[in-house]
Design a binder for this molecule. Structure first.
Ligand code: FES
Length: 334
């Protein structure tokens, strides 16, 4: 049996065949739903069910569990992941409007600087061609083309400022780009990149105190957003929690502390899971530090960026503290 799915904002509709996921059917019908990983991990394809119901089953109809990128609380609040959800009735769905930004554009960017911040994280600065007018939003990412048909994705770690863009590249052992190519990159060389991508961004319309939680280089898109808020009189209070393993991993620790001069009510809490005995700061998992500090999360806008495990745990734990899934935004580095 086929089901009709209506995309609420536009009135567009498409048929979903038996056993087909919503995203698969939408793309087949040339309806551009946001998506990235397509296996239920990143949460980019999150839609809201206005009417109807979905299930998470395999193509042969076996009942499955919720995908990792969707918490039970989000499902309860009517959200679904289009790449995994299979309709069990006709649906009316609501999709976040597309970002006001340029379409992904393939271009040749010039390396301006490559600097090791730690043995595992490299600061890469690229200059974009002057004759290409690009509009991108803090929180979005680019794809670096590896030359063999593959690409690697990196969030922008600086606010849009015209010419240059910063990135934090985490070394993946054996990684073609993150370990091998980046070791040979020099200023003046060029990289083929496609930019911008993604729909993780700051929601100025959702004006609430901000709780921003990052692990690892998940800090990059958060930094991009906060840079765009600096010196803005309308900036809401910001609490930034950054989870890392050791002191040596906190590659922007000193710089972040200077952000308090340019952000309205800024609190920075680094949290280490494998700190040395000399560390006097917070220890454990970063999401647990948030819970220890903030017993009520019902009035906050929450941004989560980093490991899928942190994001999955935080969604469940924060919901138990009153966090609304309508005010929670996540970008999972899968
Ligand atoms: Fe559906 Fe990533 S595209 S969770």
């Amino acid at each position: 049996m086929n089901h009709r799915v209506v995309w609420l904002e536009t009135g567009q509709s498409f048929e979903v065949a038996a056993g087909e996921a919503v995203l698969e059917a939408a793309l087949r019908g040339e309806i551009a739903l946001p998506h990235e990983c397509q296996f239920g991990g990143c949460g980019t394809c999150r839609i809201k069910l206005v009417e109807g119901a979905v299930g998470y089953t395999s193509e042969d109809g076996e009942a499955g569990e919720l995908p990792m990128g969707l918490s039970p609380e989000e499902a309860e609040a009517g959200f679904a992941l289009a790449c995994q959800a299979r309709p069990s009735s006709d649906l009316v769905i609501s999709v976040a409007p597309p970002l006001a930004c340029s379409s992904p554009t393939l271009l040749s960017a010039t390396v301006e600087g490559v600097q090791a911040l730690t043995p595992d994280v490299t600061h890469l600065r690229l200059r974009l061609p002057e004759d290409v007018e690009l509009v991108y939003r803090p929180g979005q990412y680019m794809n670096v083309q590896l030359g063999d048909g593959r690409h690697r994705s990196f969030s922008m770690a600086s606010r849009p400022n015209g010419g240059t863009v910063d990135f934090h590249v985490r070394r993946i052992p054996g990684g073609t780009f993150t370990e091998q190519q980046i070791a040979t990159l020099r200023a003046g060389q060029t990289l083929d990149v496609e930019i911008p991508h993604g729909n993780f961004c700051f929601h100025a319309e959702d004006y609430r105190p901000l709780v921003m939680v990052a692990t690892g280089t998940g800090l990059a898109p958060i930094k991009s957003m906060l840079e765009a808020l600096m010196d803005d009189e309308d900036c809401p209070p910001v609490s930034l929690y950054w989870g890392m393993r050791t002191e040596a991993d906190l590659y922007l620790h000193d710089e972040i502390q200077t952000w308090a001069d340019r952000l309205y009510e800024f609190q920075y809490v680094p949290v280490l899971s494998r700190a040395s005995d000399s560390w006097t700061g917070r220890r454990g998992y970063v999401q647990d530090a948030v819970l220890a500090d903030l017993p009520d999360l019902s009035e906050h806008a929450i941004y989560l960026c980093g490991s899928p495990t942190m994001i999955a745990d935080a969604k469940v734990a924060f919901a138990a503290r009153g966090a609304s899934m309508d005010h929670l935004y996540a970008d999972s580095f899968v």
